[in-house]
Design a protein around this ligand. Sequence first.
Ligand code: TXA
Ligand code: MG
Length: 351
Amino acid sequence: METIIKKTNEADAIKLASEILKKGGLVAFPTETVYGLGGDALRPEASMDIYKAKGRPSDNPLIVHIADTKDVYKLAENVSSKAEALMEAFWPGPMTLIFNKKELVPKETTGGLNTVAIRMPSHPDAARLIRESGVYIAAPSANTSGRPSPSTAEHVIEDLNGKIDMILDGGPVGIGIESTIVDMTGEIPTICRPGFITKKMLESIIGEVEIDKALISPDKNLHPKAPGMKYTHYAPHGQLYIVESEKDESVVTDEVISKINSLVEEKTNEGYKVAVLTTKDKMSSYKCENIILLGEKGDGTTVASRLYAALRECDTIKADFIYSEGFNRDDFGGAIMNRLIKSAGHKVILV
Ligand code: TXA
Ligand code: MG
């Protein structure tokens, strides 16, 4: 299949993408979090095609993107006043809410579940695409399953060129990691995936919010509420290790630096290609041929926006071993570390 690639500001780009969606085709498009791979959420075949293009297991449900709050009531049952308060506070924006689904939403879109995940993105191109097409857009991240999510149109092209009808290029995304997912179906709202909208921000609006225990417990028998969180994700092909100080994981101590340098030396001597993931202020401390920057320490937004691009760079240079500094786990930092630790398959070296 030939994939049409157009910049979102080209004449008729969004119009053409809308026509494709209306006919049941697939279009990748920018959102404020990561690029999405969109299809008509109400057509079972479109959802099946999304799974096929991504190589994703079809028990992993998709997020339905809307452009108007009132559409929630067409897709979801029992929208609580807490959910309404969150929608009012954080939509449009990087927050996905899970509700009991209405009959209208096909099981193919929800991975067989009776619930549906809904999000109203704030990216102007995404909002225009939903409005102009008149389609509720089912969209997972626009990457091949298992690879880091795409934060630029180039990443989407790497993974999906030739497999989908169209890619809309709206430039690099703003946030860089996926939306916060909150399950609203239980007594106490529960975070199933951390993101830019933090627990504190949610609690400032609705009071008590829980975090899915499977996300924080080392117990492998707990099943995450968001089926997608059980898969190895975001992983580069090389072996990624996080090196942190035992005393304070958010501080890159001299011990951390010398540990990383000695690991780099050891693996380089064994003939492997090695990379170091670090931030601007520490980059000159490392003796490694491949230093990959993750933004600025203490500014989570710059780290998040670079994270997936950095992991993809590790693949581009074919790194066998990758050593990364850790980051603090407060607020948004917790969402970043959730992704980094998953990428590393939980390989953390404490010094
Ligand atoms: O920021 C985002 O959310 C991006 C952009 C494109 O909007 N989308 C995204 O989609 O990250 P995806 O498919 O890569 O991740 C969706 C996650 C998966 O972990 C999935 O299991 C979970 O949402 N999910 C979807 N529907 C669910 C449901 N009904 N119940 C529980 N988890 C659900
Ligand atoms: Mg994804």
